[in-house]
Design a protein around this ligand. Structure first.
Ligand code: 10D
Ligand code: SF4
Length: 328
């Protein structure tokens, strides 16, 4: 229920610990900019397969500018308009189908997801069975598994899956991971696989990206210091869900995933003295500001920052979008 703003002197004090880094990563910026740039260069409509990133606010803003979101290519009519693949990556069948239909396809897959696709391909060419650590049904997992023929990649979601996994030949085994997993859960699974299959090969540690790592680290540092934590992000956002779990495991009594200020369940944020705030890699900063403003209506807010890393990562746009004007 909305509440009339109280005068500052009547409000209880609230220390807000803002996690840094939070929000957009380089892959998300590149993906959103790809849609914006395609709209500017070619005009609407620009078709986008799947939510470009898992955030309704972002998707709705792009829709308002002329982007048309679909889940599968068969929802798109024959067209010369750009067709953009989301940041999460796609199985090989998708660019194949786009080619058959003569679509002008643009791939906004994050380069760090593409890197995992290439790793999996190399293992396959070297005759290795591949374990993918990740969550069933997530588009990134569907995309990574879909780089290779059926049966080449086995999905391991949990430690129990790793225990029951039965490889064809344990001397020819490799692993790759989803980029947005819990660092701690994944380390546990990787250690177990290495103990069980000493010949297994994989990346140096796992394929969890820099942005996932840094956001989880900032939350780990802030969580023990606050009464509650808000993670700004969508329920279908894997990296955002992981931030909520990390906060709880790091000792925060109440951690909530919130899309907008309207979603805040004020009953759960009653007698707060301190609050941590972070945002998933797909959540825009304007939504963090909206949530701080909502707390500032009820509390006398003082903001401090908990910083875990500096990020200066930038990925250039897909090549056809780097030009300044549309090729007629
Ligand atoms: O669900 P998710 O964390 O994989 O995706 P989201 O769109 O929330 O954030 C960006 C992360 C990507 C594209 C996966 F690498
Ligand atoms: Fe890329 Fe990591 Fe961002 Fe995913 S979370 S889009 S892998 S930088």
């Amino acid at each position: 229920m909305s509440q009339a703003p109280a005068a500052d002197a009547e409000k209880p004090p609230l220390k807000v610990v803002l996690c840094s880094p939070r929000g957009f990563c380089a892959g998300v910026v590149r993906a959103i900019d790809s849609v914006e740039r395609a709209l500017a260069l070619y005009g609407p409509p620009v078709y986008v397969r799947h939510e470009i990133v898992h955030n309704r606010y972002v998707v709705d803003s792009l829709k308002a500018k002329g982007a048309v979101f679909v889940e599968e290519l068969d929802e798109i009519p024959d067209t010369g308009a750009p067709v953009i693949f989301s940041a999460h990556g796609v199985p090989r069948s998708v660019p194949d189908e786009a080619k058959k239909r003569n679509f002008f396809a643009l791939d906004a897959t994050c380069p760090l997801v593409t890197k995992v696709h290439r790793e999996a391909e190399i293992h396959f060419r070297r005759g290795r069975d591949i374990v993918l650590i990740g969550h069933a049904g997530h588009p990134e997992v569907v995309g990574t598994m879909g780089q290779l023929p059926d049966g080449a990649v086995s999905l391991v979601e949990t430690l129990a899956d790793a225990q029951s996994f039965a490889p064809k030949d344990e001397s020819k085994l490799a692993y790759v991971t989803q980029t947005t997993l819990s660092l701690d859960d994944t380390a546990e699974i990787v250690e177990f696989l290495k103990r069980r299959f000493p010949a297994i090969v994989g990346p140096h540690k796992e394929d969890i990206c820099y942005a996932t790592t840094n956001r989880q680290e900032a939350v780990k540092r802030a969580a023990p210091l606050v009464d509650a934590m808000i993670v700004v992000g969508a329920p279908n956002s894997s990296n955002s869900q992981r931030l909520r779990e990390v906060a709880e495991r790091a000792g925060c009594a109440h951690a909530a995933l919130v899309q907008r200020a309207d979603d805040i369940d004020w009953e759960n944020f009653g007698a707060l003295r301190s609050l941590g705030i972070t945002a998933g890699a797909s959540a825009p900063e304007v939504l963090v500001e909206e949530i701080i403003d909502a707390f500032a209506m009820r509390y006398k807010v003082e903001v401090e920052t908990m910083s875990a890393a500096d990020e200066g990562v930038f990925f250039p746009l897909p090549r056809p979008l780097r030009q300044t004007e549309a090729a007629e």
